[in-house]
Design a protein around this ligand. Structure first.
Ligand SMILES: [Zn+2]
Length: 242
């Protein structure tokens, strides 16, 4: 194959590796944010459970307060029974006592039901708390890993850029300009392999005569559709063997 083409193809491989790492770096904040929002969603669920717990505990202590009041009222009326003078007053007190006793009955049932409910919510809270802790741990661990890979990618990009400088040193400057221009307009990829009968960049069918020319490898050929430079390398082989 034409040496200029070989050099361009190698340069493209270096640029492709840089590009891959750059796009992986770009994804890191998105991944971190997704993990963070999973963690936040779990925390919100826990908050909601805790709010429900507080509401029910308040209801329970409210009912308990009313229960104490009714019990005090009953005790008070019972004392008064001993000192009233008329039957009318006596039966009025009995009616009050019976009314308060009914209240006590209702409140006691209410309190039992609330305590039951509170116990259930407390169980829910324990489980969700563990879930939140698990999600937080996962979030922090993965965040750290992602930060680690960012550092690795950056250092690899640094190495690749040094490699790139060496690679471009002996490429004809006009050809390099052409390469850079295609790369700029075609998402960073200017040189592609012919895959089967198709352009490896835009997958358009390449005419057979162009493929035959490309097999010879002595000319710079481009895809009619996307304008990328085409190289023919036998499937499963690298350019060194071609
Ligand atoms: Zn193409």
């Amino acid at each position: 194959m034409n040496q200029a083409l070989v050099k361009l193809y190698r340069l493209q491989n270096i640029d492709r590796e840089i590009l891959e790492r750059e796009s992986m770096i770009k994804e890191i904040p998105l991944k971190t944010k997704e993990l963070e929002s999973q963690f936040k969603a779990k925390k919100e669920i826990l908050e909601e459970i805790r709010q429900r717990l507080t509401e029910n505990k308040n209801m329970e202590s409210g009912a308990d307060k009313k229960l104490q009041e009714s019990r005090l009222a009953i005790a008070k009326y019972k004392k008064q029974l001993l000192i009233v003078k008329t039957n009318k007053e006596y039966s009025a007190l009995l009616m009050e006592i019976s009314r308060e006793e009914k209240k006590v009955e209702v409140l006691e049932e209410e309190i039992i039901a609330l305590l039951d409910k509170i116990e259930g919510i407390e169980e829910e809270e324990r489980e969700e708390k563990m879930e939140v802790e698990k999600t937080e741990k996962n979030y922090l661990e993965k965040k750290e890993k992602l930060e680690g890979s960012r550092a690795r990618f950056l250092s690899e990009i640094g190495d690749k850029k040094i490699e790139r400088e060496k690679a471009i040193a002996d490429i004809d400057s006009n050809l390099l300009k052409r390469y850079e221009k295609i790369r700029y307009f075609r998402d960073g990829i200017a040189v592609v392999r012919i895959i089967g009968e198709n352009c490896g960049g835009c997958f358009t069918t390449i005419p057979p005569q162009v493929i035959n020319e490309a097999k010879k490898g002595d000319k710079i050929l481009t895809c009619e559709n996307c304008g990328r430079i085409l190289v023919y390398i036998e499937e499963g082989k690298d350019i060194n063997e071609g």
